[in-house]
Design a protein around this ligand. Structure first.
Ligand SMILES: [Zn+2]
Length: 130
């Protein structure tokens, strides 16, 4: 296995985590104050209702995505601390350095990640009765 620069990976993960937390904090501030003041006057236009609902749904989706991303970065940092970083948590295969460079929080090889995401989707399908 190629020597990984642990320090720079840690820095990259920390930067991503910091960025993520700032985005989430900004998102929360926006949704808290979004309906007060001038914006509530604007939303009195009948035509704006649909847009507003859509924006709120988008916010929830973004929030979920960011929360998942934060969880993955935490997982990668833990793997790094325990010396497991760079290997797939599922099958133990070495994760290609190119993948780690592009996705520093990757803890699974591409195959296992696809499988993992597939399992998640299946759970959702079970919930909806399929
Ligand atoms: Zn794997």
């Amino acid at each position: 296995m190629a020597e990984l620069d642990r320090q720079s990976i840690e820095t990259a993960l920390d930067e991503r985590l910091g960025e993520l937390r700032r985005t989430r904090a900004a998102l929360r501030r926006e949704s808290d104050g979004g309906l007060s003041g001038e914006l509530s006057h604007l939303s009195n236009h009948p035509g704006d209702e649909g847009t507003e609902t859509h924006e709120r749904e988008l916010e929830v989706t973004t929030e979920l995505f960011l929360a998942e991303e934060e969880r993955r970065i935490d997982e990668a940092r833990q793997a790094l601390a325990e010396g497991r970083y760079g290997r797939c948590v599922n099958c133990g295969t070495e994760i290609p350095p190119a993948r780690l460079a592009a996705v520093p929080e990757a803890v699974r090889c591409l195959d296992c990640q696809r499988h993992f995401e597939g399992l998640h989707n299946q759970h959702h399908s079970v919930d909806s009765g399929i």
